[in-house]
Ligand binder design. Structure first.
Ligand SMILES: Cc1cc2nc3c(=O)[nH]c(=O)nc-3n(C[C@H](O)[C@H](O)[C@H](O)COP(=O)(O)O)c2cc1C
Length: 362
């Protein structure tokens, strides 16, 4: 059961602190991040409580979910709530989306007042509703307008500006390098690249060959992103990548220790147990309470996290069935505790190439 605001157990905190100490800071543009592993923006997921949790679990920095510039400018309350940053968050960027440079500049000015370390522009969202308005990955289609787009936004803010792009619109129009050159001219400081085209959506594999070419040759710091879902994949890229940083999206949803485990040395007997995962659920509930209006909204948001965190343990499908039939938060936490704390196999088993959540906004 939840004990509000209880610290993590000494044993878990000790493992977290030990691995956190091994991280090396990196610089992206003018910002120093505690580690090269950053949390990717994810809509309806990258909210303040989740971002805070991930920073506490070793993410060097985080980016919010995409936030509509028009929603901000129309003073939509739900949209403005999305701009809130927890005072304990350190290196967070707020991501805006929109197609109109003036509307984006106005919204960026408002966004800055919420205290982000940087403001990021979504140029990767493949979803029809967003692309249809000329925003998201649609911005990659006509590079002739990009200079004005970036400079108008840049002029309205004093915090660093970054962009998150895809490789291009489709296989025949891969233009990430051109977009990055224009961005640099207009004062954008760094770029996250999801190694797929818009046409690919989430199919196939991220193209790491092209990501590495950008890491080597692009005139701005590159954060490479795509398909780094397990410790072995992250570790390999940390060793070999020429990009300045790596961005992890879906991976940490199933393994919240993905920002830390790559720092475990070979042969070292450190691992995170099912009981540790249950502690993480409780911590997320604690943080989320500050931002949820009712137990029901909290339950809806926490349930999906619990199911993701359960991945790699035994009896997940049975657990999922009963979890979705449980209407109360307190009962949900009770069965969650039972699920995690009675696991016989203490190690989580996740496969490198499991397909997982094949849609999103970037
Ligand atoms: C559920 C979901 C929501 C997403 N929302 C956003 C978003 O709001 N902004 C954005 O730039 N990218 C968004 N993305 C894309 C991710 O940031 C990332 O580029 C993509 O998932 C590939 O990285 P991964 O394989 O590590 O998950 C989203 C992805 C998912 C799965």
């Amino acid at each position: 059961m939840t004990d509000n605001n209880a610290p993590l157990s000494l044993e878990l905190q000790r493992k977290i602190d030990l691995l956190k100490q091994r991280r090396k800071p990196i610089e992206l543009g003018s910002i120093t991040f505690d580690s090269p592993l950053l949390l990717a923006p994810m809509s309806s997921i990258g909210t303040a409580p989740f971002r805070l949790l991930m920073e506490n679990l070793g993410a060097g920095g985080t980016v919010s979910e995409l936030i509509s510039c028009h929603g901000i400018n129309y003073k939509n309350i739900r949209t403005r709530d999305m701009l809130k940053i927890d005072p304990r968050e350190k290196n967070v960027g707020l991501q805006l989306f929109g197609e109109n440079p003036e509307a984006m500049a106005l919204a960026a000015k408002v966004t800055e007042e919420f205290g982000p370390k940087f403001i990021d522009i979504n140029m990767g969202c493949p979803v029809k509703k967003v692309v249809g308005t000329g925003a998201g990955s649609s911005l990659l289609k006509d590079t002739s307008t990009l200079g004005h787009f970036f400079s108008t936004i840049k002029k309205s803010i004093s915090v660093p500006l970054s962009i998150k792009i895809r490789l291009g619109w489709d296989h025949d129009s891969i233009n990430a390098m051109e977009v990055i050159h224009i961005a640099r001219e207009e004062g954008v400081e760094f770029v996250a690249v999801h190694g797929r085209t818009r046409a690919q959506q989430y199919t196939g594999k991220a193209n790491w060959e092209l990501l590495e070419q950008l890491g080597e040759k692009a005139p701005l710091d590159i954060i490479a992103n795509g398909d780094l879902h397990t410790v072995s994949l992250v570790r390999e890229k940390m060793k070999t990548s020429k990009c300045t940083a790596l961005m992890l999206g879906r991976g940490p949803l199933r393994n919240p220790f993905l920002f830390l485990e790559p720092y475990i040395n070979e042969g070292e007997e450190i691992f995170f147990t099912p009981e540790d995962h249950y502690e993480i659920v409780k911590k997320l509930v604690e943080y989320s309470r500050l931002y949820a209006f009712t137990d029901h909204t909290l339950l809806v948001s926490i349930r999906k996290h619990i199911i993701w965190l359960a991945a790699g343990y035994n009896n997940v499908s049975y657990f999922r069935d009963i979890l979705f039939k449980t209407p109360e938060l307190s009962e949900t936490l009770k069965i969650t505790e039972e699920f995690f704390c009675t696991q016989k196999d203490k190690r989580k088993r996740l496969q490198d190439h499991d397909a997982f959540m094949t849609s999103g906004h970037g």
